[in-house]
Every structure is written in C-alpha cells, then in structure tokens.
Write a protein that binds this ligand. Structure first.
Ligand code: DQA
Length: 147
C-alpha cells in the first residue's frame, strides 16, 4: 500500500483564488489539491487533503495522522503565528512535517514574521505560491525513501 501524506490547509484557504489574489494568486485550493494528488501518484504516495477553519479540527487531524500518515504538509495560515496547540500536535504526531506558505511571510506585516510552528517542522517553504506544496511533497518523498 502507498504511504500517505497528510496535507492540511488552515483558515480562509478555502477562498484561495478569490481571496486577495494580489497576495495569494488565482490558483484555487481544489487546483492545489489536484496537483498534489497527481504528483503523489507519480511519486507513489497517497495524498489526503483537509481544509479547516477550526483549530481543534486541525489538531485532531494531525493527531490522527500519527498512526495513518507518513508525513505532513501544513499551511496553518493565520494559526501559524499563534497556535501553540497546532505546534504541539505536530510535535506529538512525530510526523516529518513541512510548513508551506504561499506568500513570503517575512516580506509582509511584522506579525507574520513569527511562525510558532517553525521549530517543530523539518523545513519551511514560503513565497513560492502553489509550487511550494509540490516541492514539499517531493522533499517528503525523498526523505521517506531514505529513512
Ligand atoms: C499564509 C500566510 C499567513 O500569514 C496568512 O494568515 C494566511 C496564508 C500564506 O500561505 O501565505 O492565511 O499562510
């Protein structure tokens, strides 16, 4: 059976494509998820995507991934900047995780410069738009094949 990669999108990312397109672009979340599934199939990985506007739902999904997934890609959106609960869920899951942001959070408002989850992920990709997710998936595929 293929290994599974859990992809989690946080609050407001369901509106991608129409939400502040000058910042986040015109690609929709459905298009990002489809590209990830396609790349996953190429890499021999199953990709399961979840979007939620609720912190507890995200925490539950990460913890459920502990037994069922091999890796995690997460764009926690606004929660990135203050959710200790999501940070601790990532740690508790033990999953190799990659943090992704569409925009370059370091080139924006100061409150976005701090990611409370950055210390518990393997790495962070930001500012590369939707490509960041696919790059994260490729890295996880390589990591999992070597570990
Ligand atoms: C974001 C950046 C966050 O600061 C913001 O709250 C988002 C999206 C990004 O993908 O660039 O909702 O995570």
């Amino acid at each position: 059976m293929n290994e599974k990669i859990l992809v989690i999108h946080g609050p407001c990312l369901n509106l991608l494509g129409v939400r502040e397109p000058q910042v986040y672009g015109r690609t929709t979340l459905a298009e990002i998820d489809a590209a990830l599934r396609e790349e996953g199939a190429r890499l021999g990985l199953e990709v399961e995507c979840l979007q939620s506007n609720h912190e507890g739902v995200i925490v539950d999904a990460i913890l459920a991934g502990r037994g069922s997934a091999a890796g995690l890609i997460i764009n926690a959106a606004a929660y990135t900047h203050y959710s200790i609960a999501i940070r601790e869920a990532i740690s508790a899951s033990g999953l190799p995780a990659v943090e992704v942001h569409l925009s370059n959070i370091y080139a924006r408002e100061e409150f976005r410069h701090k990611s409370v989850i950055a210390p518990v992920v393997r790495g962070q990709i930001c500012g590369l738009g939707p490509d960041g997710y696919v790059l994260a998936l490729r890295w996880l595929a390589r990591y999992l094949s070597q570990n």
